[in-house]
Design a protein around this ligand. Structure first.
Ligand code: HEM
Length: 134
């Protein structure tokens, strides 16, 4: 890798390293498709609305800002604090692990460098654990 490439790499936001909006959209879609079909995620799937269209858009918007891309979730009139958004749901270790199981599979399906995938997986694991309210 040239010095210029290296500099571009270390100064890129995680959002840019992932591949920006198109790759983030694929990640979110794949994540909810997996949640929808994986029997191991049936517990958390049942906590979500039957139609996942709305939450796909919300998670995409939230992750965009979280990963250093456009802060589109904050511009939504119906934005919520991420902890309060989850307060109605009982999230313990089992729910956290089901959520991470879907996200791990979704990340594994992306064609991104292994270090970028590992960066996101570790950050998601911290976040999912932080959302536990049980
Ligand atoms: C890294 C961890 C997580 C992130 C970033 C995340 C993100 C989000 C976002 C952005 C929303 C939409 C909030 C809104 O604007 O109303 C949402 C909704 C929701 N999340 Fe999470 N979440 C995470 C973990 C979890 C976990 C562990 C569960 C386990 C049950 C969960 C269950 C839900 C449910 C049930 C909804 C409502 C969906 C619906 O109305 O259909 N989330 N989440």
């Amino acid at each position: 890798m040239s010095n210029a490439d290296l500099l571009a790499r270390v100064t890129a936001t995680p959002y840019e390293q992932l591949g920006g909006a198109p790759v983030l959209r694929r990640l979110v879609d794949e994540f909810y498709d997996i949640m929808d079909r994986d029997p191991a995620a049936a517990g958390i799937r049942a906590m979500h609305a039957a139609d996942l269209t709305d939450v796909r858009g919300r998670l995409f918007d939230w992750l965009s800002g979280w990963s250093g891309g456009p802060p589109v979730y904050n511009a939504r009139p119906d934005r919520k604090c991420i902890m309060s958004a989850h307060a109605p749901y009982a999230i313990g270790p089992a729910e956290r692990d089901q959520w991470m199981g879907c996200m791990r599979q979704a990340l594994a399906g992306l064609e991104v460098d292994e270090d970028v995938r590992a960066l996101f997986e570790a950050a998601f694991a911290r976040l999912a654990d932080g959302l536990r309210n049980r």
